[in-house]
Design a protein around this ligand. Structure first.
Ligand code: G6Q
Length: 557
């Protein structure tokens, strides 16, 4: 960044923001159901397909003018050149002085990607080849456990970005699992997670993959050590550790000093952020269960979305439109959260992954020039699988004082055709977005109550409680089936949506200083919990009081 040039205007100081604010005043009172009445082809008009995904964004509080003004805003915030800078490997992660190049991990274009004058693609490809060979030897049972039995279980040990993406993709692609290899994820520093994960596994047939970019994360190292102890205590021996432990890390030295054989260590690069690392060797446990070809399909789906994001005009660009719609609600309608609602059992992990991706990337209150933001940046991301959510938190979506735009996500075909189940699931999904949009008028509520024989007095109290305002926006993302290609495209689409928003708000979407602070503080409290005697406290009275409570319980055991 050239510090001699004064920083650009923040997005809220730009004339394009002012134009949108004025437009908001006109459109705010407009009802979407009226728009649908007035525009018979609104669905086709506000629909888009890319990389095997379809987006219906017609149930949004928008007109053509809204999209035009949002695109003007994106242009004035330099989005097109920022997209190019990311793909070209420029150091867009300014606070850590490095590129953010997850797109290189799924780059099938044949084009080089230069970092510091060196093409990273040969190393990316050779790592993928190594992963393929590793995967092949395990899946064809050439590589076996210490008692010569084939591997039946893989335990992935990692947390945060080294956990949520692979876990989501493993669950999403369960129909593609080889029946011979099960995949388990161990993340939390919680003896219960460890115990439950190892329950029923045999050291003879279990492969552990320690997944840590830094190889310095407390939870992961503790779990890895516990798994190694379990292996050694249950028939394994030091000499056989190399057969049963692999690692994915940027810190090869630390992995080796942990005891992992150099030939079983797969690289990570500093230009891949944890939450963007599914596409790297961090995807190894997934590859072991779904096979190399399906993993490649996942990468290709993501690459197809990358190509779309890089080349489509902004007003026909899926991640751009989703990002801009998010900005529209966040900064003009004052929505402070966004719900991710997959109607697919296999996609139940999607809200957690998108939550990390979005909140860790754009949960920032200072821009890349160090200026405090006078507006809201990343929203709270939450959600869960439908239709379960309909019987729970959807109430707030329909009638709460909080306003949360939603993404409904649904495959048109199920992997498990059971009677008319899928039609029922789809009908729940479609009727929810319809209900959010249309609501139920006070008049309708009154008519219903009248038909039930209620008195005027009762109706005046009950009808407002039963009326549903509607006009609540949602996107519907639908596709033929949850295939590896589609899942790759879907995850990449959200990655790029987050990038678009970060660019508009002017924040660095690729650092995470708050998460780093948590890692440092945890170690100090841990030492205090284990101390045998009181030392001068460096903690506030609440933290010290809680430490004391733990220690006195420990002393009673
Ligand atoms: C992701 C974050 C964070 C990270 C974990 C694990 O973008 O930086 O979630 O992935 O803290 O870190 P390691 O992979 O270094 O163990």
């Amino acid at each position: 960044m050239d510090r001699s040039v004064s920083p650009p205007l923040m997005f809220s100081d730009k004339p394009e923001f002012k134009a949108l604010s004025e437009h908001y005043d006109h459109i705010e009172s407009k009802r979407m159901d009226e728009c649908f009445d007035e525009e018979p082809n609104r669905f086709e008009h506000f629909s888009l397909s890319a990389a095997g995904l379809n987006l219906d964004y017609s149930k949004n509080r928008i007109s053509d003018e809204t999209i035009k003004l949002l695109v003007d805003l994106a242009e004035s915030c330099g989005l097109p050149s920022a997209i190019e800078a990311m793909f070209m490997g420029q150091k867009i992660n300014l606070s850590e002085n490095r590129p953010a190049l997850h797109t290189a991990l799924r780059n099938f274009s044949g084009e080089p990607v230069m970092v510091g004058g060196i093409d990273v693609m040969p190393e990316v490809k050779s790592t993928l080849n190594r992963m393929e060979a590793f995967c092949w030897s395990i899946r064809t049972q050439q590589w076996r456990g210490f008692s010569n039995k084939p591997f039946t279980d893989v335990v992935s040990i990692g947390i945060g970005g080294s956990f949520l993406g692979p876990k989501l993709a493993s669950e999403a692609l369960k129909p593609y699992w080889s029946r011979k290899i099960n995949c388990h994820y161990l993340s939390n520093i919680d003896g219960s997670d460890l115990t439950e994960t190892l329950q029923g596994l045999s050291p003879e047939t279990t492969l552990f993959i320690v997944q840590s970019k830094s190889f310095g994360t407390q939870e992961t190292l503790k779990n890895a050590t516990a798994c190694r102890d379990w292996f050694l205590d249950n028939g394994g021996c030091e000499a056989e550790l190399a057969r049963h432990f692999a690692a994915v890390t940027a810190n090869v030295e630390k992995a080796q000093s942990f005891g992992i054989d150099a030939k079983n260590i797969f690289p990570m690069w500093d230009w891949v952020g944890g939450r963007y690392s599914l596409w790297s060797a961090i995807g190894l446990p997934l590859m072991l269960t779904i096979g190399f070809e399906n993993f490649r399909q996942l990468l290709q789906g993501a690459h197809a979305m990358d190509e779309h994001f890089r080349n489509a005009p902004l007003d026909q660009n899926m991640p751009v439109l989703l990002g801009l719609l998010g900005v529209w609600y966040n900064n003009f309608f004052d929505a402070q959260s966004h719900a991710i609602l997959p109607y697919d059992h296999y996609l139940r992990g999607l809200p957690s992954h998108i939550q990390q991706l979005d909140m860790e990337s754009n949960g920032k209150s200072v821009d890349i020039h160090g200026r405090p933001l006078p507006f809201h940046s990343g929203p709270i991301i939450w959600g869960g699988v439908g239709s379960n959510g309909q019987h729970a938190y959807h109430q707030l979506l329909h009638q709460g004082t909080q306003f949360a735009p939603c993404d409904f996500i649904i495959p048109l075909m199920s992997h498990n055709a059971v009677g008319d189940f899928h039609a029922l699931l789809v009908s729940n999904c479609l009727s929810q977005s319809q209900a959010l949009m249309k609501g139920k008028s006070l008049e309708q509520a009154k008519t219903e109550l009248l038909a039930q024989g209620k008195t005027e007095e009762e109706i005046s109290v009950l009808a407002p409680q039963r009326a549903i305002a509607g006009n609540r926006p949602s996107n519907t993302i639908y596709f033929d089936k949850s295939t590896p290609h589609v899942i790759g495209a879907l995850i990449a689409m959200y990655e790029h949506k987050v990038f678009v928003q970060g660019q508009i708000w002017g924040v660095n979407s690729f650092d995470q200083w708050g998460v780093e602070l948590g890692k440092q503080l945890g170690n100090k409290v841990h030492s205090a919990l284990l101390a045998c005697h009181d030392e001068a406290s460096e903690f506030d009275s609440s933290t010290q009081g809680l430490i004391n409570a733990f220690r006195s319980m420990k002393n009673k055991l």
